[in-house]
Design a protein around this ligand. Structure first.
Ligand SMILES: *Cc1c(COP(=O)(O)O)cnc(C)c1O
Length: 371
């Protein structure tokens, strides 16, 4: 019954990588954030493409994501952004994942596990300069850096921080974070501890604070073809990577006053044709786009009428429709004639990240372009 498909344009992903590469220059490393199954696009396929496109690191959130990539034969260095449970540390060490740490107990856990496995664990110390999430307090950074540097089983591979509002217009908060981070780096380097990777910038930082590129940047959303917010300068030419489409499964001519979908929130104004499309909120298309969204069929947009249901959406295609049964309807994607994921996100009152991450895994991803 469901002909829904997610098309992933690999060549758009590569194009976006090149855009970021051109902006940061050849000497700054790029850690492509492929956490959350590459923001819903499929981590393994995009990691392979990233590997060929000259990406230096892949950013993941948890050990499972690292295992998936390693099992698929991905050899690139992996950086785990999130913390893990003590019992997961041996697996992280075994998979040779570089790990973020933020406290003495975590560092000790990695030292013990690495010693037991006769390996060296590579750690990045995360310093909280304003995110209020994981990360040590600035005044703890030096002693934690020393703890890592003094262990024969650990390498202090990096120092990191994270920006909560680098995609907003106000600049003073992020500038203060950058200054504070550089001050801490300086303090640590004075003790002759010189971690090779200093990194802070997410997509917003890359666009607005070139002085925070340091030795590595960690873009996510830019690589998938979207700007992180409306407030950043749109200085890159990005191509959205994901397209969500479904088939027109049914067409029906109805008289004026016909109620459409649950709650009867819409009634037709005149004689018209209602097309039923085989995708719904179970696929990750937001239910909040009921009576708000639009879809692209044969290069024309049509409004969603009535509530978005679990597996089906109704659109009004007019009295004498150009639409035919089994046509393809695009719910969002790179085609500028139709809705973008950004438009869907704005209508749903959320961010593009949540839309692409939320597209259900029961829909097959079809990879187009150089895979
Ligand atoms: C997700 C994430 C990023 C990427 O953020 P974007 O806004 O998608 O560029 C960078 N760093 C960390 C620590 C993250 O969790």
């Amino acid at each position: 019954m469901r002909n829904t498909a997610v098309i992933i344009y690999i060549d758009h992903f590569i194009h976006n990588i090149q855009q970021v590469r051109n902006l940061v220059g050849p000497s700054v490393k790029i850690c492509a954030s492929v956490k959350a199954d590459a923001y819903g696009h499929g981590a393994v396929a995009l990691a392979r493409a990233a590997e060929r496109a000259g990406i230096d690191f892949l950013g993941i959130a948890c050990p499972e994501e690292g295992a998936e990539l390693r099992n698929a034969g991905i050899r690139l260095p992996l950086l785990m952004y999130g913390l893990c449970l003590p019992e997961e540390i041996p697996r992280v060490v075994d998979l040779e994942i570089s790990a973020i740490v933020a406290d003495a107990a975590g560092i000790e856990g990695f030292a013990r596990s690495a010693a037991r496995q006769k390996k060296v664990a590579r750690l990045h110390l995360k310093i909280d300069t304003g995110m209020g999430r994981i990360g040590c307090l600035p005044e703890q950074a030096l002693s934690l850096a020393k703890q890592i540097a003094s262990s024969p089983h650990l390498i202090l591979e990096g120092l990191a921080t994270h920006f909560p509002i680098s995609d907003e217009a106000d600049r003073s908060f992020t500038q203060r974070q950058i200054q504070q981070f550089l001050g801490i780096v300086n303090q640590i380097e004075k003790e002759s501890i010189r971690p090779p990777l200093l990194h802070a910038s997410n997509s917003g930082g890359i666009l607005q604070y070139p002085e925070a590129n340091l030795s590595m940047v960690r873009p996510g959303i830019l690589l998938y073809g979207y700007f992180p917010s409306r407030e950043v300068p749109r200085t890159l030419s990005l191509k959205p990577v994901m397209e969500l489409k479904a088939s027109v499964l049914f067409l029906k001519k109805v008289p004026p006053g016909t109620p459409i979908s649950y709650g009867c929130t819409y009634r037709t104004h005149e004689t018209t044709t209602i097309a039923t499309i085989g995708a719904g909120y179970a696929d990750g298309y937001p239910r909040s786009l009921s009576n708000k969204g639009r879809v692209l069929i044969r290069n024309r947009c049509y409004p969603i009428v009535g509530r978005v249901t679990m597996d089906q959406i109704m659109v009004d295609v007019g009295k004498d429709p150009e639409v035919e049964r089994y046509d393809e309807a695009i719910l969002f994607g790179p085609n500028p004639l139709g809705p973008s994921a950004e438009e869907v996100a704005e209508l749903a009152g959320t961010i593009t990240y949540e839309i692409t991450c939320g597209i259900n895994r029961r829909i097959p991803r079809r990879y187009i372009g150089d895979t």
